[in-house]
Design a protein around this ligand. Structure first.
Ligand SMILES: [Cu+2]
Length: 350
């Protein structure tokens, strides 16, 4: 594996060669000139990130964004990993199969990371239930190290996956079983030691519990995991992203509809940095911290989250066009944590 410093991978990926053209484009923007077919937006996508594309054959962040309970798998294959059964009280028994596997993943063009994954992907599959459902997760460790699954949410101590005796050895299996509560946006991650190595290697995912009595209003829902990758094992991240692939949504903007409620489930799973953040340009959103209340606690355009902290963000796009979003730590943005929304439809001023 080639060793990258925090900065060198961008140069290798082609940023250095784009710098001269960047000056030209900036002049055009300042003068409000028409930039022609080589337009400023297109240019920004590579002036601020690497050239080239990551293969989406194995993992597509655009698919991950709107998938939960293995909804991205075709019928027939999905049942292998997810089954739901109605219980006498009307709630559901939701059964999952989660497998820890070592796998090399591409996180930026030509940059591969030796990940430890849940079901072959980073982040792991999103689990979603309604408050009061029963969750049953059969965990198989097919990786090369001991692992566990530690869920956030109410459960008994023996289901916590955090103590030495909870570790599932390579080749081993454990069944986690608990009720889905409280409603909110939660997460799961490996809790084997050393913890920072096991989380940072990719063993984490989202666990959403929907409120039972008053469901949240219908919306276009998006799963957004802020993460980073230490490619040279110096306890510092060289690549940052939302949903693993650096700058993916610069090339493939998140399409949303003007006026429609958009709900973002955002969690910070970045290791080594104290905080991460999300800033949305030209917009404001309602913040539901940890998603445990139906009342927003603030209206903001930037939210800062500690590792493991999460929030549900709701907004409606007023205007059609492209809206940038990124970490407000500029360095994270330049190293991959940056993208665009593309809103379509007629303008609505309120
Ligand atoms: Cu682990």
């Amino acid at each position: 594996m080639v060793s990258f410093t925090r900065r060198s991978w961008l140069r290798i990926a082609g940023l250095g060669s784009a710098a001269g053209a960047g000056l030209l484009s900036a002049r055009n923007l300042a003068g409000q000139e028409k930039t022609g077919p080589y337009d400023a937006i297109h240019h920004a996508a590579h002036a601020m990130g690497p050239v080239g594309r990551v293969s989406t054959d194995v993992f597509n962040p655009s698919t991950f964004l709107r998938s939960w309970n293995f909804s991205d798998l075709p019928p027939g294959r999905r049942e292998r990993f997810y089954r739901e059964t109605k219980r006498p009280d009307g709630s559901l028994l939701r059964e999952y199969e989660i497998v820890a596997i070592d796998r090399e993943i591409e996180i930026a063009p030509g940059v591969f990371f030796p990940a430890w994954t849940f079901n072959g992907q980073v982040p792991g599959p999103t689990l979603r239930a309604t408050e009061g459902d029963r969750i049953k997760v059969t965990f198989l460790n097919q990786g090369s190290h001991p692992h566990t699954i530690h869920f956030h949410g109410w459960h008994t101590p023996e289901m916590d996956g955090s103590l030495p005796e909870h570790q599932v050895m390579p080749g081993g299996t454990f069944v986690y079983e608990f009720d889905a509560e409280p409603f909110g946006m939660h997460l799961y991650h490996c809790h084997a030691v050393p913890l920072k190595r096991h989380i940072h290697k990719g063993l984490y995912g989202v666990f959403i519990v929907d409120p039972k009595d008053t469901p949240r209003p219908p919306a276009d829902e998006l799963i957004m995991v802020m993460n980073g990758f230490d490619t040279n094992f110096d306890a510092d991240n060289e690549v940052y992203a939302v949903n693993t692939v650096a700058h993916h949504h610069m090339h493939d903007p998140i399409r949303v509809e003007v006026g429609r409620l958009v709900r973002m489930y955002v969690v910070n799973l970045t290791e080594f940095d104290l905080v991460n953040s999300l800033h949305l340009h030209a917009m404001f959103f309602d913040v539901f911290r940890t998603g445990t209340s139906m009342q927003p606690t603030e209206k903001a355009d930037t939210i800062m989250l500690c590792q493991g902290e999460r929030a549900i963000l709701e907004t409606r796009f007023r205007y059609p066009g492209r809206f940038m979003f990124h970490a407000h730590q500029s360095e994270f943005a330049e190293l991959g944590w940056m993208g665009f929304f593309e809103a379509v439809g007629a303008r609505r001023d309120t």
